[in-house]
Design a protein around this ligand. Structure first.
Ligand SMILES: *Cc1c(COP(=O)(O)O)cnc(C)c1O
Length: 470
């Protein structure tokens, strides 16, 4: 069954365009739930095959109602970029070329584009130029890779080779982490044998920032191999740990400092917001995403490690059949867990080429300004309170301000459901400090001021009948 590639590729192109063009006039939420979608996909295992174009058409016919407008203009759920068309086109080419981009001998082009993009990222994010970058699937794996390098390096200072000898009998590692760190950082600790619970949780302030005085107190007790985990961009508040105070204290105590900056690290690319990250360059490793603020399609994240050798030692795969490389040559697989891998760097290369340093700065600043505008609109309405300092692009909203906590929780959940049902804009719910909030993240490249005003109107329209009935 040899299809002409033109027939299958052009079907994919046609459907992709139709999907994108239909987004503005369709609900931002999926219109079918998981159960319905299981039914739509359910078929017996096919015995005979089907021509390629028909497979693509059939896929589109089944899938549409179960898709959210995550690339839409008024989708503010979780923290999600909008898969920019330029990134998507580059990603299609990655698949079309079908390169196994693990090493630079087999696929020189993929490795070279990634090496150049790594240099650009360090410049954009103002991080030490000697740092290495692993192109991974997202911030979860980036945190994992960075913390693997950290584990390697701090145990080496205690003369322990964790890559060769494992953790059995190793000196204990002290891990300090903010109480409001992202759940995926705890997963990374779990994967690494460091334990998601065997950590010292540092107390945080109302915005989720580690308190320097308490940190200094704890830091005094650090001895032996230790890792301190900080955060740029708390998921609910957008807050940044006070790096300029914390990092020197952690380094003085001999710790490796890692920063989870999945979206917040991009504040560094925006002159008017870079001050939020002041001192962050003093850390040892940084995790961030491409599929959030850089608007690449899923999935892309960056594991950035100052000590490139520690990074490489933690991830290197040595096998007799792999081309031997000079120490100075960068293989993409040296800095990630995978051997076989797609040329993940190309969409990042394309997005940076497309937007440029200035375009990225403008986009980040525009999103932050729009978030402030949305928060201002909402806080003027009776019964609505903004629960965070809107310092970046994240907004936490409470409905039923002034009522008892449980009552406000209930009204907040109902307002979220009403907004989602309306379909004009999408925001999700989250728990913050034990209470329900509506969480909005302004991080999609197509979002304009008019979209923000429409979203504000939709949220207020969802809230008013709920308020008036109570
Ligand atoms: C999104 C996010 C993560 C996880 O990143 P993935 O891209 O989903 O793997 C980690 N930390 C923070 C602060 C995040 O916002």
């Amino acid at each position: 069954m040899a299809d002409d590639p033109d027939d299958v590729f052009s079907r994919a192109h046609h459907h992709a365009l139709a999907f994108r063009r239909g987004l503005d006039d369709s609900p931002q939420r999926p219109t079918a739930d998981y159960r319905v979608m299981l039914d739509r996909f359910a078929q017996t295992l096919p015995d005979a095959g089907q021509p390629g174009p028909a497979v693509i058409d059939d896929l589109m016919a089944r899938i549409r109602p179960g898709l959210a407008a995550m690339v839409g203009r008024r989708f503010f759920g979780w923290v999600m970029g909008a898969s920019h068309p330029v990134g998507v086109a580059a990603d299609w080419m990655v698949s079309a070329f079908g390169q196994n981009a693990g090493n630079h001998v087999a696929s020189p082009a993929s490795a070279a584009a990634e090496a150049v993009t790594a240099g650009w990222l360090l410049e954009l994010l103002s991080l030490p130029r000697e740092a290495s970058i692993g192109f991974v699937t997202g911030a979860t794996v980036a945190n994992f890779v960075c913390l693997a390098a950290a584990r390697n390096a701090v145990l080496r200072t205690a003369d322990w080779d964790v890559e060769a000898d494992g953790l059995f009998g190793a000196p204990p590692i002290t891990v300090l982490i903010g109480a409001d760190a992202h759940a995926t950082v705890f997963s990374a600790l779990q994967f690494l044998g460091l334990g998601s619970n065997r950590v010292l949780r540092l107390p945080t302030d109302a915005q989720g920032r580690i308190r320097p005085a308490e940190f200094a107190e704890r830091a005094k007790a650090i001895s032996g191999p230790s890792i301190v985990i900080l955060q740029a961009g708390q998921i609910n508040t957008g807050a940044f740990d006070p790096f300029a105070e914390l990092i020197p204290a952690a380094k003085a105590a001999g710790a490796w400092v890692h920063v989870d900056g999945a979206f917040g690290l991009w504040a560094r690319a925006a002159p008017n917001y870079a001050a939020l990250t002041q001192g962050i360059e003093g850390a040892d490793s940084w995790a961030t995403d491409g599929h959030k603020w850089l608007q690449t399609p899923y999935d892309l994240g960056f594991a950035i490690v100052r000590d490139a050798e520690a990074h490489r030692r933690a991830m290197t795969i040595a096998a007799s059949y792999l081309p031997a490389v000079a120490e100075s040559e960068r293989d993409p697989s040296h800095y990630v867990p995978e051997l076989s891998r797609r040329a993940r760097g190309l969409p990042a290369y394309a997005m940076i080429r497309h937007l440029g340093r200035g375009g990225i700065a403008d986009m980040v600043e525009r999103h932050c300004r729009l978030a402030a505008r949305l928060a201002d609109r909402l806080r003027q309405v009776e019964g609505i309170a903004i629960a965070n300092d809107v310092v970046l692009n994240q907004i936490a909203v409470r409905f039923g301000a002034g009522l008892a906590d449980e009552a406000a929780d209930e009204l907040t959940r109902r307002t979220i459901a009403a907004l989602q049902a309306g379909g004009v804009a999408f925001a999700g719910g989250a728990q913050w400090r034990g209470r329900w909030i509506m969480r909005l993240s302004v991080i999609s490249f197509p979002t304009t001021e008019a979209d923000i005003d429409r979203a504000a109107d939709a949220i207020i329209a969802a809230w008013r009948p709920i308020r008036d009935a109570n």
